[in-house]
Design a protein around this ligand. Structure first.
Ligand SMILES: C[S@@+](CC[C@H](N)C(=O)[O-])C[C@H]1O[C@@H](n2cnc3c(N)ncnc32)[C@H](O)[C@@H]1O
Length: 343
């Protein structure tokens, strides 16, 4: 008879060589980390005392310690091997402490009065009743609970150590409200979201949720994979008719399109761009304009807004107005808005 799956045994076993594994592509984790820091900074949540649950080898712990050097961070994990890795990985961070902790145990959480309890890619590995119970306890220990997990139903069967939860529903069962922030790029068609939960949420969190929502709404399109593919095929066709092959042009798509084979003859520059990689949306209109000028001087011939990034044209209203006043808009429909930059 097959032994029943035990989630803690699974993680204790995996903790032994987790650091060497590369199940998730590193560039996805870099994007996730930038997104996490961006949302935490822009939502202005307090970060003086932070409890991190399931810290693993300290990937996120170290980022937090670098971004908030004054914060006291208590990071816990089930796996002794992972805690040893984390202590090494964060050895330069004097205000981080680590402790073994199994959240299935009846032991009290280490400490209370935290500003935030954070768990990245932890809740998705536990069944709903465990997450609800843990969320209740975390909300007693911290003002806000933040998690990042896969959160959009999978068309595939889930492995036994993965649960794709409805987090708004689980947090509601724990007596909490939450705001949701979809990450601006999927991995193998799978969507992660960042959730901020609390008994109440500050206006800054709701405002940020609204600001980021248009991008999120386009990023979601869960049942419409075919519609997405068709729309993308039409858009790439239009671009190939409009822009000469080999050109270098700028694509604003919030990293939603991924690598499109039909566009491989072009040199496509993401926007914002740093060292050839996508660098997230700009802080403000002026930054967007300066970056555009830099890329234009470097030879970009067109600026292309793909529909997942149409929210830019409203949100960065000054940038958008300046674009329309300066450059001819050579294509505009519900898939694309394209400006010819004249270079
Ligand atoms: C997918 S890893 C995520 C690690 C880290 N948060 C990151 O994003 O790099 C999940 C972590 O949760 C820890 N974990 C699993 N079950 C746990 C439990 N019952 N109590 C505490 N930590 C647990 C695992 O040991 C593992 O380090």
């Amino acid at each position: 008879m097959e032994a029943e799956f035990n989630v803690n045994d699974y993680w204790l076993e995996r903790g032994r060589d987790y650091m060497r594994e590369q199940r998730t592509p590193p560039e996805f984790h870099r994007m996730q980390e930038r997104f996490l820091l961006g949302v935490l900074q822009r939502s202005a949540l307090p970060m003086r005392r932070v409890l991190e649950i399931g810290c693993g080898f300290g990937r996120v712990t170290r980022l937090l310690a670098e971004a908030w050097p004054e914060a006291e961070i208590m990071a816990v994990d089930l796996s002794p091997e992972q805690l040893a890795n984390a202590r090494r990985y964060c050895s330069d961070a004097p205000r981080v402490r680590f402790a073994p902790y199994d959240f299935y145990s009846n032991e009290p959480l280490p400490g209370a009065g935290y500003d935030m309890a954070l768990a990245v890619e932890v809740f998705l590995h536990h069944p709903p009743e465990a997450v609800v119970g843990l969320a209740r306890r975390l909300a007693d220990a911290a003002c806000y609970v933040v998690n990042i997990d896969w959160s959009e139903s999978w068309p595939w069967p889930t492995p036994e150590h993965v649960w794709v939860h409805d987090f708004a529903g689980l947090y509601a069962q724990a007596g909490l409200v939450c705001a949701a922030f979809p990450l601006p790029g999927k991995i193998e068609g799978k969507q992660q979201q960042l959730f901020v939960a609390g008994r109440t949420l500050p206006e800054s969190v709701r405002q940020l949720e609204n600001t980021l929502r248009p991008a999120a709404a386009s990023a979601q399109a869960p049942a419409a994979a075919d519609a997405w593919t068709q729309r993308l095929a039409m858009a790439t066709d239009e671009l190939r008719r409009l822009i000469p092959g080999q050109s270098r042009w700028i694509l604003v798509d919030d990293a939603q399109w991924g690598r499109v084979r039909a566009l491989s003859g072009y040199r496509i520059v993401p926007f914002l761009e740093k060292d050839g990689a996508w660098w997230g949306p700009p802080a403000d209109d002026a930054t967007a304009w300066e970056e555009l000028q830099r890329l234009r001087r470097a030879g970009a011939s067109h600026l292309v807004f793909a529909w997942p990034a149409f929210w830019w044209l409203q949100h960065y209203a000054d940038f958008s107005e300046r674009l329309r006043a300066t450059f001819p808009c050579v294509l505009e429909n519900n898939r694309l808005v394209v400006f010819a930059l004249g270079s």
